[in-house]
Design a protein around this ligand. Structure first.
Ligand SMILES: NC(=O)c1ccc[n+]([C@@H]2O[C@H](COP(=O)([O-])OP(=O)(O)OC[C@H]3O[C@@H](n4cnc5c(N)ncnc54)[C@H](OP(=O)(O)O)[C@@H]3O)[C@@H](O)[C@H]2O)c1
Length: 248
C-alpha cells in the first residue's frame, strides 16, 4: 500500500521533532532532516519503536543548510530515494529549520543578516525548486514555518522578522505559481518554546497572549497535520498563538 512521504527540515528537536513524531504516528514515511541534532533524531525513532513495537518508517538526513553542496546533496538524496519512487513522490515539504537570535540593530552584521535570509528564504526557495518534480507528482503540500511578527516591531529582531516576512511572501507567491498541482501554506507559531536567551523575557510575552499561557509543540504539529489533510486549503497562514496576533 502506498504511503505518504514528508521531508521536515530541522526536525531533531522542539517543534520539528513534534511534527515528525505526529506524522510518523499517522503512518507517514518521514525524512527527518538535521544539522547537529543527530542523537535527538535517533531518540525520536527509538521512542516510536518503544511505543509502537515496530520501527518507524523514517530516515535521518544530515545537512548544513548553509552549504550549497549540502543543500544539493540533500535534494539529490531525496530525488533518487526509492521511497519517493515507490510512493508517487513527496507529499509534504515542511520548511521548519530556523535561526533566532536577538541583536541590537546597530550591531547586526551583514553576515548575520545574510545567514537569516539564507536559512529562511534561500533554503526554502531552493529545496522547493529542487524537489518540485516530486511534489508535483504526489500533488503535495509545502508548509513554511513563519511566526506572528508580521506588521509588528520586535526589538532587536529586524534581521529575523524581515527574513521570515520573506518566507511568508515566498510561500504565498508559490501558492499561486505551483497551483493546481502543489498546495502551499504557512503555520505561524506564537510563544511556544523559548530560546535559551529569551527565557526570562518569555514570561512577560505570555502576559500579552490572550490565552495567558505558552503553546505546546504538539499544537503546532497538529496545525501542520491539519493543513496536510485539507486538500482545498492553499495560500493560508494558520497562527498557532493563543490569540497573540490579535491582542490589542
Ligand atoms: N519556538 C517558538 O516558540 C517559535 C515561535 C515562532 C516561530 N517559530 C518557528 O517555528 C519553527 C520551529 O521552531 P523551533 O523553536 O523548534 O526551531 P529551532 O529550535 O530554533 O530550530 C530548528 C532547527 O533548525 C535547524 N537549523 C538551524 N540552522 C541550520 C542550518 N544551518 N542547517 C540546517 N539546519 C539548521 C537546527 O537543527 P540542528 O539542531 O540539527 O542543528 C534546529 O534544531 C521555526 O521555523 C521557528 O522560526 C517558533
Amino acid at each position: 500500500m502506498s504511503q505518504r512521504v514528508a521531508l521536515i527540515t530541522g526536525s531533531g528537536k522542539r517543534i520539528g521533532a513534534a511534527t515528525a513524531s505526529l506524522l510518523l504516528s499517522e503512518g507517514w514515511f518521514v525524512f527527518l532532516h538535521v544539522r547537529n541534532s543527530l542523537d535527538e533524531a535517533r531518540t525520536i525513532l527509538q521512542d516510536f519503536h518503544d511505543k509502537h513495537g515496530v520501527s518507524p518508517a523514517a530516515e535521518i538526513l544530515q545537512a548544513d543548510l548553509n552549504s550549497d553542496e549540502e543543500i544539493s546533496s540533500l535534494i539529490d538524496t531525496v530525488l533518487r530515494h526509492e521511497i519517493v519512487e515507490n510512493n508517487g513522490g513527496l507529499h509534504a515539504l515542511v520548511h521548519n529549520a530556523s535561526i533566532y537570535n536577538s541583536t541590537d540593530f546597530e550591531e547586526v552584521s551583514l553576515e548575520t543578516l545574510r545567514l537569516n535570509n539564507r536559512i529562511h528564504i534561500e533554503v526554502p526557495f531552493l529545496l522547493t525548486q529542487g524537489l518540485l518534480p516530486l511534489l508535483k507528482s504526489a500533488q503535495g503540500c509545502v508548509i513554511g514555518m513563519v511566526d506572528t511578527s508580521v506588521g509588528r516591531a520586535w526589538n532587536g529582531l529586524s534581521h529575523y522578522t524581515a527574513s521570515k516576512a520573506g518566507l511568508r511572501q515566498l510561500m504565498i507567491n508559490l501558492a499561486g505559481d505551483l497551483a493546481p498541482e502543489v498546495r502551499v501554506n504557512c503555520v505561524g507559531p506564537g510563544a511556544i518554546v523559548a530560546a535559551e536567551w529569551e527565557s526570562e523575557h518569555f514570561e512577560s510575552v505570555l502576559q500579552s497572549v490572550p490565552l495567558g499561557r505558552a503553546g505546546d509543540v504538539d499544537d503546532v504539529a497538529k496545525a501542520v497535520q491539519f493543513l496536510l489533510d485539507s486538500p482545498y486549503l492553499s495560500g493560508q497562514i494558520i497562527n498557532v498563538d493563543g490569540g497573540w496576533s490579535i491582542a490589542p
